[in-house]
Ligand binder design. Structure first.
Ligand SMILES: [Zn+2]
Length: 175
């Protein structure tokens, strides 16, 4: 059983508790800037519970005006690339913010954490890039098999959907 003690990863060793001198942010740099509350590892996944800090102002995706006025919070579950042969799931408590611009049609918005969350995505950008690279190289069934080896369980249809949602690369106009 792995836990978190004073922001550091620890592992129960019999009755004793051995504390590793590695901060979670050093192992997973994209979690820097978050308040990490728990890290639990079970046979199926490493589960990280964290919340965003109260102070950063976030830009409204509609008008760009920054705000830190909190409407409410909710937990987003974001999958990340595997660590130690186990998939990683981050339970992130994010803020739902009021837009500071009275003329903005979007009165509230959910904050995004750079490098970790994107709007309407349930995967970190890093994991999404891995899946897209596999989808481009191998497509459906073979891609799903390779991703399974990488501890990312996706159906062949999901891999194909990922491939079809990718934007096509721009082509130069012929002379
Ligand atoms: Zn706005």
């Amino acid at each position: 059983m792995i836990g978190l003690v004073d922001g550091r990863v620890s592992r129960a060793a019999g009755a004793a508790l051995a504390v590793c001198e590695i901060a979670v942010e050093e192992l997973l740099p994209r979690l820097a800037g978050l308040r990490i509350q728990r890290v639990d590892a079970d046979p199926t996944a490493v589960r990280i519970t964290a919340l965003t800090r109260n102070d950063p102002r976030r830009a409204c995706p509609e008008c760009g005006r920054e705000s830190d006025r909190v409407h409410s919070r909710y937990v987003r579950h974001v999958a990340d690339e595997a660590v130690g042969g186990q998939p990683v799931v981050i339970g992130l408590l994010v803020r739902w913010l009021y837009c500071a611009n009275a003329d903005c049609p979007r009165t509230t918005f959910v904050e995004q954490v750079g490098g970790l969350t994107e709007r309407c995505q349930r995967r970190t950008p890093t994991l999404q890039r891995i899946i897209e690279a596999v989808a481009v190289a191998l497509a459906g069934l073979a891609g799903a098999r390779l991703l399974g080896t990488l501890h990312q369980m996706l159906s062949s249809a999901s891999v194909l959907n990922c491939l079809l949602r990718m934007p096509l690369p721009g082509r130069p106009t012929p002379w």
